[in-house]
Design a protein around this ligand. Sequence first.
Ligand code: FMN
Length: 395
Amino acid sequence: MSCVSDTHSSRGLNLAPASVEDYRDLARKKLPRQLFDYIDGGAFQEVTLAANRSDLSRLQLRQRVLRDVSTRTLSTTVLGEELAMPLILAPVGFGGMFAQRAEVQAARAAERAGVAFCESTLSICGIEEVSAAVSRPIWFQLYVMKDRSYAEALMENAAAAGCTTLILTVDLPVVGQRYRDVRNGIAGNISRLKRLRRGLDIARHPSWVRHVAIGGKPLTFGNLERALPDAKVPGDFQRWIASQFDPSVTWDDLEWLRRNWSGKIALKGILDVDDAREAVSRGVDAVIVSNHGGRQLDDVPSTIRVLPAIADAVGDQCDVLMDGGIRSGLDVVKALALGAKACLIGRPWAYAVAARGEAGVDHIFRIIREEMRVTLGLTGVTDVKDLDRSALVSD
Ligand SMILES: Cc1cc2nc3c(=O)[nH]c(=O)nc-3n(C[C@H](O)[C@H](O)[C@H](O)COP(=O)(O)O)c2cc1C
């Protein structure tokens, strides 16, 4: 389901990309459809995926005039770390399938932009490879696996690689049904016909095959290689991954996490005020208001809708971050006005790296930074840290 209006993009006009939406269009052209849909799609009927965008769009900014806005500050501090702007690259699994060594490219761009990059457990490039490419510490995202000793080894590797912050993703005890992936034959029962269609889809993208599928190092999951030394193709890993999500995880597992991680801990996937309160009572350093970009449970609220109540409940006790549907600097300003300290972006960096590699990710940072600067100037705000609800038109 498309949640982007064509009038806001350069689709069909072959113009240079000027917005995140333009990068989405470019990524659609570059990638085999099964991969584009994997990035772009959501769960079930994609109602929540669309709501993440439409609820943000519905919010209106207050235009304010005749305030001195000659200096505007975007920098902020999140989890004790200085960010040049309130943005973090969200953990995105399978990233290295969208462009050659995509996680390394994105981490380098994040470092140049002065923001944090979060490595997914399910990245193609392993934590050591990505950390070695940058001097800024990266963040690490962990799924709680049935094999706890492997999860412990991953945390040890992340600490050894200099990671300061661990994001524990808690909204994936089971995997959401993603119908696009079923239709494209990358999830569910894979018939011969679907396999054939997948092959044809890939054959229609020789440039992707040349540069990504066979052009670089083999496409394995860097963080999982030690668990599966004999795995050769992505399918071997995917079967293991599917068997490893642990539906028995509870709040008590945070004690196990704390015993194994001495840095900061952020819980990602909080969508309910009671869960946010529980997280704080268990001593986490941040909550990330997230519905996994509409990829898990459908018909749950958009993140921007629940953000204010969560920020009110726990914002004075921990950092509140938010993701889901952020596509512009205007969106970031709206989220900050409703209580987020910073936003994570997932699909935007996936589209950009697929479309133009590292230069694409550099570009979306420039785009969003400029959009934020303009938005602050026209709302009469000179520092992102001063944003509050007064920046929005109240209903
Ligand atoms: C292709 C893709 C893969 C993702 N993989 C992960 C992952 O491995 N771990 C995780 O915690 N979240 C994952 N997410 C969710 C993102 O971290 C983030 O919550 C979401 O993308 C935010 O919404 P947005 O894409 O609208 O910015 C993934 C999202 C996408 C689009």
